[in-house]
Design a protein around this ligand. Structure first.
Ligand SMILES: NC(=O)c1ccc[n+]([C@@H]2O[C@H](COP(=O)([O-])OP(=O)(O)OC[C@H]3O[C@@H](n4cnc5c(N)ncnc54)[C@H](O)[C@@H]3O)[C@@H](O)[C@H]2O)c1
Length: 303
C-alpha cells in the first residue's frame, strides 16, 4: 500500500538505502530531512555532536511527532508510526560466547552508544507515557554502497586499490556482525509496516567476522578483480594503536524479527562484500570527490 514517509538522515548511508528502496516501489511519498553534515564537518564529529543529534534531536522529533500525531484525524492515527533506528552498541561488549537479544541489559561503553541508548529510552518513554505509536530497531554493523570512506570496509577497499597501508586497530581481533545495507533497509521497512507497537527488534546478518578477516577478504576479492602487479594486497596490512574503549565483540540474535515478521537477510557476507567491492570499483567518482575534500583517508578516532 502506498504510504507517506519522512526519513531523517535520508542522505546518509542507511537512510539513502531506505529512500532508494522506497522510491523503487510504487506510490510512496518520501520526504528527506538531512543536515548534510558529511565531508564538511567530520573532524568536529565528537561527543557533543552525539548528544546534540541523538539525545536533543530525538527529543525534538518525539515532541513534534506527538504534536502531529495528536492533531491527526482518528483514521490516520491508525497508520502513524515513529520508527526509531538504533544500534547493537547500546548493549555493550560480548565475550567469546552469547548474543544480544532484545531483552539484553543496556551497557553502552562509548559516548556514541550512550547517546543512542539515551535516545532509545526516550522513545520507549514517549510510547509508555504519551501513547505515541513507536517501533524500534537495534542493528549490527552495516556495509555496502555509499558507505562513507572513513568506515572500515570502504577505507580498506580504497586504500588497497591505491596501494596504501591498511591500518587495522589493535590486534584486529575485534568481532562485528556485518549486515548488507539493503538487507537492513528491507528489515526497517518490514518493522515500520508490520512491527508491534512499543516493541524493539534486533537486526543482524549472522555474519560474525574479526576485523582482520574482513580486511583479508577484501584483499582476496580485489586481488581477483584488479590484480596488483606488486603482489597480493595482504602485504599492505599494518597494525595501529587501538581505539579507546574499543568493544571486543558484537553479535546479534535476530530470531525475533525472523519468527514474528518473517525477515531474513538475502546477502551472505561473501556475496554482500563482493557486491560492495564491485560498487566501489565502479564508482570512483563518488568516493574520489569525498577524498579530495577535507577527508584524506586517515583512521578517525584513534588514540
Ligand atoms: N552504519 C551502521 O553500521 C549502523 C548500525 C546500526 C545503526 N545505525 C544507525 O543508523 C542511523 C544512520 O546511520 P548511517 O550509518 O547511515 O549514518 P550516516 O552518518 O551515513 O548518515 C546520517 C545522516 O544523518 C544526517 N544528520 C546528522 N545529524 C542530523 C540532524 N541533526 N538533522 C538531520 N539530519 C542529520 C547526516 O547529514 C547524514 O546524512 C544512525 O541513527 C545510526 O546510529 C547505523
Amino acid at each position: 500500500m502506498p504510504l507517506r514517509y519522512l526519513v531523517t538522515g535520508g542522505a546518509g548511508f542507511i537512510g539513502s538505502a531506505v529512500v532508494r528502496k522506497l522510491i523503487g516501489e510504487t506510490g510512496h511519498e518520501v520526504c528527506v530531512v538531512d543536515k548534510l553534515t558529511y565531508a564538511g564537518n567530520l573532524a568536529s564529529d565528537g561527543p557533543a555532536a552525539f548528544i546534540e543529534t541523538n539525545v536533543v534531536g530525538t527529543f525534538t522529533l518525539l515532541q513534534e511527532a506527538l504534536r502531529h500525531y495528536r492533531a491527526l484525524p482518528e483514521a490516520r492515527k491508525q497508520g502513524f508510526r515513529f520508527h526509531h533506528i538504533s544500534t547493537d552498541e547500546v548493549f555493550g561488549s560480548l565475550g567469546a560466547e552469547g548474543f544480544f537479544r532484545e531483552d539484553t541489559a543496556y551497557q553502552p561503553n562509548s559516548p556514541y552508544s550512550a547517546s543512542k541508548a539515551a535516545s532509545d529510552h526516550l522513545v520507549r518513554a514517549w510510547h509508555h507515557t504519551y501513547g505515541l505509536p513507536v517501533v524500534m530497531t537495534n542493528c549490527s554493523n552495516n556495509y555496502g554502497p555509499y558507505h562513507f570512506p572513513e568506515k572500515l570496509i570502504p577505507l580498506m577497499i580504497i586504500n588497497a586499490l591505491e596501494g596504501k597501508k591498511l591500518p587495522v586497530y589493535g590486534n584486529g581481533l575485534n568481532v562485528r556482525d556485518w549486515l548488507y545495507v539493503d538487507d537492513h533497509a528491507d528489515a526497517l521497512l518490514t518493522v515500520a509496516t508490520a512491527g508491534k507497537l512499543g516493541e524493539s527488534y534486533n537486526i543482524g546478518g549472522h555474519n560474525e567476522k574479526t576485523n582482520l578477516e574482513v580486511v583479508k577478504a577484501i584483499c582476496t576479492i580485489l586481488d581477483e578483480l584488479r590484480p596488483d602487479p606488486a603482489g597480493p594486497r595482504e602485504r599492505l596490512i599494518s597494525y595501529v594503536t587501538d581505539r579507546p574503549g574499543h568493544d571486543a565483540r558484537y553479535a546479534i540474535d535476530a530470531g525475533k524479527i525472523g519468527r514474528e515478521l518473517g525477515w531474513t537477510p538475502k546477502q551472505t557476507f561473501e556475496t554482500g562484500l563482493r557486491r560492495t567491492v564491485e560498487w566501489y570499483l565502479a564508482n570512483p567518482g563518488w568516493w574520489g570527490d569525498i577524498r579530495s575534500g577535507s577527508y584524506r583517508g586517515e583512521r578517525l578516532g584513534a588514540a
